[in-house]
Unconditional design. Sequence first.
Lengths: 156, 156
Amino acid sequence: MPKLDLAKVPVKTGSGYPGSLAAKVGARRQQRVGEAGGLTQFGANIVTLPAGALSSLRHWHEKQDEVLIVLSGQLTLVDDFGETPLNAGDVCTFPAGEANGHQIVNHSGADGSFFVVGTHTDSETAWYSDIDMKVTAGKGGFGFTRKDGSPLPEDI
Amino acid sequence: MPKLDLAKVPVKTGSGYPGSLAAKVGARRQQRVGEAGGLTQFGANIVTLPAGALSSLRHWHEKQDEVLIVLSGQLTLVDDFGETPLNAGDVCTFPAGEANGHQIVNHSGADGSFFVVGTHTDSETAWYSDIDMKVTAGKGGFGFTRKDGSPLPEDI
């Protein structure tokens, strides 16, 4: 396949987070370039965070390796080590099973973007570091629960 | 893991290509950032091509998805469609089993760089489009042969 025509790759906003949590990442824009280019073994996305936006809630994956490289702007990695400034060319790796939840936030006043790749697996559980929630994914879809598997509060 | 200290990730040159073929990619510089950051499920490398350099001989993978995004400079994708100019932000995908050999070349007068990710598998065969060669990799290492499995000529 020659290079992708990025103008034809849909720009997605929104998330599958339940209740009021979805709005927390509502400003994030993503292009699923790996999927658009016919890849199935890992996801590869270009993510743009406007000023103040979050990439995700802080989380870690049981089975899936993840890597990102910053493309533009000034972003911040938030993990158990605290806040780490990121600039273009910086690389972060998140090995499967390493229970150090991470998220990328944009504290700057301008857009920032990164390219992120994460393995696809038939099933997965990801754990959220700052709230009582996990997500379990399988062939039938995915679902959010409390960490003990019980339903989330209705007013989440 | 917080962001990688790229100054501490070794810059590798050279290749495992046999005979005179190794020199063809001798100018390529790579940092194996995925490996440095503890990832095992895919390789993630920052590749820098000085003026005139090649990323690889033109090849395709049977089992391994591959994606790249250009970070800097002016590069060129060479595949069965011909030559396609690439600039910063351009993305190319190479789905496993798609028999369209690819390589990145730098026809410009300055460095160019890209970030590339390819799945790790227990075994793999890659086929070279422009010469009678394949490489077969397994847990014991890897080896180059002609496409029919017979030895390469001694003067390759």
